[in-house]
Ligand binder design. Sequence first.
Ligand code: G3P
Length: 217
Amino acid sequence: MKFFVDTADVDEIRELADTGLLDGVTTNPSLIMKSGRDITEVTKEICSIVDGPVSAEVTATDFDGMMKEAKVLAKIADNICIKLPLTMDGIKACKHLTSAGHKTNVTLCFSATQALLAAKAGATYVSPFIGRLDDMGIDGMELIEEMRLIFDNYEFETQILAASIRSVNHVKDSALAGADVATIPPATLKALVKHPLTDKGLEAFLADWAKTGQTIG
Ligand code: G3P
């Protein structure tokens, strides 16, 4: 499973990129707003930190506007992935952009039929929003399972990018359901390594080691 980090905070991205675990980055208008920075400037910096795809989202809602913005975003760096909303205009733009050789991420996916449209449009990634479905009392994981089955049935190459991930269990369940990628907030990504028994076990080993009076090397 590939890990993307869901943030436009360059300090967090740098720290996580240093671990060697980061395969890409996703941003959206809310995350750009949170960063307090200019979209072109911050996206350019992110693209220089990470080799993998960096999703940058259009804000136009009509096809022509989306295509115009996509061209601007694509010029930022070679690893830009154009993020488009799951609307008919977004799907149409996705079809045009993928045909022109761009990477695309169709976002705000909440149903299997929406995902099917994105796959038919040749999306590189489609992003089901797990947490927001859970918020409504709908099991987000069921959507990933349905998408996996549909994409495998028809051998679609579109990758399932589990988004709106809110917990360590969301990451585990997405992996079990066969998501290709999870885009994870920095704090949740760092929490994946945590287990109280690891901390406790390490503490005991180090206490015993100190009693030996030895050093390695
Ligand atoms: O990747 C999508 C993500 O940014 C949305 O997450 O927690 O706002 O639903 P959330």
